[in-house]
Design a protein around this ligand. Structure first.
Ligand code: MN
Length: 224
């Protein structure tokens, strides 16, 4: 059910960013803005460590268990069907390739152009399905606050239905086969602890200011 659409996604991810060096391949992508660009919402030190140490490590550990033949496939295809990878390596693959996808997606779905709002069909569907943008936002924040331990909160879409869901560790909507990710917030402590310490609620609330809704709204229309 996903095959055709998720292959198209890869192209869209690469084609709709301003930085042409971004590709959701098997390497560490460059950030599409400077480390300081998301201040004061996300501080430069957190960005530097998060991208240069954490994300880099996921890429290295993912590549340890990938053959050249595997890399000819799209990353999303492997996330949804890791059976092409030796059984003993599948956990290492899913944890780290999940991490690589999630962070690559996270960087391009944040923007220094702050306080964006969803537009077009996405704005309409959020209003229709959640009641209002503010109700959706509250549900997203609540899901992040209630989530126990490390993980991610996602807004995803499956067959036209929008849903807020959180997953443990580096899992994501492709690995869980529950639709396409739209917005995803990293709620591992490494994403916010330097600036927000234990205040995850404040971090997620502020994170809403840097969501790249322009990108996500366009991507949503492409997925329909
Ligand atoms: Mn992270």
């Amino acid at each position: 059910m996903y095959f055709k659409t998720y292959l198209i996604d890869i192209t869209k991810l690469a084609a709709t960013t301003d930085d042409e060096s971004f590709e959701c391949g098997y390497d560490l992508p460059k950030l599409p803005y400077s480390f300081e660009a998301l201040e004061p919402v996300i501080d430069a030190t957190t960005m530097r460590v998060h991208h240069g140490k954490h994300h880099k490590k996921y890429v290295e550990k993912m590549n340890e268990v990938l053959t050249e033949k595997n890399k000819k496939k799209s990353l999303i295809e492997l996330l949804m069907d890791p059976s092409k990878i030796a059984k003993k390596n599948q956990d290492q693959f899913l944890n780290n390739a999940g991490g690589h996808f999630n962070h690559s997606y996270f960087w391009i779905t944040m923007s220094p152009e702050m306080n964006q709002k969803p537009s077009g069909k996405l704005a309409e569907d959020i209003d229709k399905q959640f009641g209002s943008f503010d109700k959706f936002k509250q549900e997203f924040i609540d899901a992040g606050v209630k989530h126990f331990g490390s993980g991610w909160v996602w807004l995803c879409v499956n067959d036209g239905k929008l849903k807020v869901q959180s997953f443990l560790n580096q899992s994501n909507p492709y690995i869980e086969k529950c639709g396409h990710p739209l917005a995803g917030c990293d709620i591992w402590e490494h994403a916010y602890y330097l600036k927000y310490q234990n205040n995850r609620e404040k971090y997620i609330t502020n994170w809403f200011k840097v969501i790249n809704w322009n990108f996500i709204s366009k991507r949503y229309e492409g997925l329909l």
